[in-house]
Design a protein around this ligand. Structure first.
Ligand code: PMP
Length: 395
């Protein structure tokens, strides 16, 4: 029995290898930052989601240390039993104020927040409409909710309108990424909010990649567009990316948050994150408020990268965010370009299907406020060099 399982799994794994879709973990041997040590090699890092360079900030570490003295390390229980500490509670209040919403609720991860929120809001007899390029956790949330699940063309308002018109579902939930994680472009939130209102649907935005970076105060894509809690009733944000910490939250009305506390299974049936993690997020939010230079520097690096890439004739996507993908197409070639960059000391993500659609494998280059202008210029040179052999072949 077990040998047949071994054979089946090995054959499947071998097929993945042959298709250049096999995924391998790298071992990080340093803190996250613009320069890291990975598998024994020193690299300039253009692959993390540490967009503001806060993951290794000493103020976060200090906050953790201080909270350990009061709360210890493990939370010991779920939020609804007795794991909900004063620090979790305080962070929820601060997040609600920061996002301009009535309340916020902490989740242990963004993946769980998405599963929990969608399945708590819709079920059998309802309908959920998701952008084709939504993050896997949103798609999984839609699928497990039991609601009728539809995907509309990426950022295509007409396609979504047609689908909303046709449905006779009881509740309708429209779900999008604020910033699309593999493309870096924004969802047209003002138009989506109008459309949702017209069709009596609810709008949920996953702002994993906008929160901390976009908007006048860093409150994300919804702030960037000047929208309110009425326009976007369900906001989800993660704390493991620009905030440099871990975990996630959902923010919205009192009724929304109370519903999630009662019904969101990934909230109810899991251990609360350590209070020290909440303490570090409080420190990170304070830095975000006190030091806007990180967001400003990031914006100027994005502009610098795009200007340089355009001058070098590199294919860019329509992204004004820290996510600057270079689509190569073929998975094997993408791996080869990423390996060539790594041999020059630059770490970039090689993203392949099924994370991105077939034929659109890409380098996912992410910029951070921790980068210097020189590092961005050096990357551009190395990138132009690494892409050259393949561009000449395809020209
Ligand atoms: N949503 C999006 C758009 C993401 O990119 C991610 C993480 N890659 C998540 C949700 C999940 O967040 P977490 O890592 O906190 O589980």
């Amino acid at each position: 029995m077990s040998s047949s399982m071994k054979q089946v799994l090995e054959a499947e794994l071998q097929k993945r290898r042959e298709q250049h879709l096999y995924r391998q973990r790298r071992v990080l041997q340093s803190p996250q930052g613009s320069e890291v040590r990975v598998d024994g090699q020193h690299c300039i890092n253009f692959s993390s989601n540490d967009y503001l360079g806060l993951a290794n900030h000493p103020r976060l570490a200090e906050a953790v240390e201080q909270s350990l003295a009061t709360f210890g390390w493990g939370s010991g229980a779920s939020h609804l039993i007795n794991g909900h500490s004063e620090l979790h509670h305080q962070l929820e209040l601060v997040l609600a104020r920061f996002t301009g919403r009535d309340r916020a609720l902490l989740f242990s991860t963004g993946y769980m927040a998405n599963l929990g929120a969608i399945a708590a809001l819709v079920g059998k007899g309802d309908a959920v409409f998701e952008d084709r390029l939504n993050h896997a956790s949103l798609l999984d949330g839609g699928l497990i909710s039991g609601a009728r699940f539809q995907r509309f063309q990426h950022n295509d308002l007409d396609d979504l309108a047609r689908r909303l018109q046709k449905t006779d579902a009881r509740r309708k939930l429209v779900v999008v990424d604020g910033v699309f994680s593999m493309d870096g472009d924004l969802a047209p939130l003002p138009e989506l909010a109008d459309l949702a209102r017209t069709h009596d649907a609810w709008l949920m935005v996953d702002d994993a990649h906008g929160f901390g970076c976009l908007g006048a105060n860093g409150a994300g894509t919804i702030e960037h567009f000047g929208l309110s809690q009425t326009d976007v009733p369900v906001m989800m944000g993660t704390l493991g990316k620009a905030m440099g910490c871990f975990g996630a939250f959902v923010a919205g009305s009192e009724a929304l948050i109370e519903t999630l506390i009662q019904r969101a299974r990934p909230y109810i049936y899991t251990t609360a994150m350590p209070a020290a993690v909440a303490a570090s997020t409080l420190a990170s939010l304070q830095l975000l408020t006190e030091e806007s230079w990180r967001r400003e520097h990031l914006v100027s690096l994005v502009e610098r990268f795009r200007r340089g890439a355009e001058d070098a004739g590199l294919p860019l996507m329509d992204s004004s965010t820290a996510i600057q993908p270079v689509v190569i197409g073929d998975s094997q070639v993408t791996l080869q370009v990423a390996a060539a960059l790594e041999s020059k000391g630059f770490l970039v993500g090689a993203i392949r299907p099924p994370t991105v659609p077939q034929g659109s494998a890409r380098l996912r280059i992410t910029l951070s406020a921790a980068h210097s202008e020189q590092q961005v210029d050096d990357l551009l040179l190395a990138l132009t060099e690494a892409c050259r052999p393949y561009r000449e072949v395809s020209a």
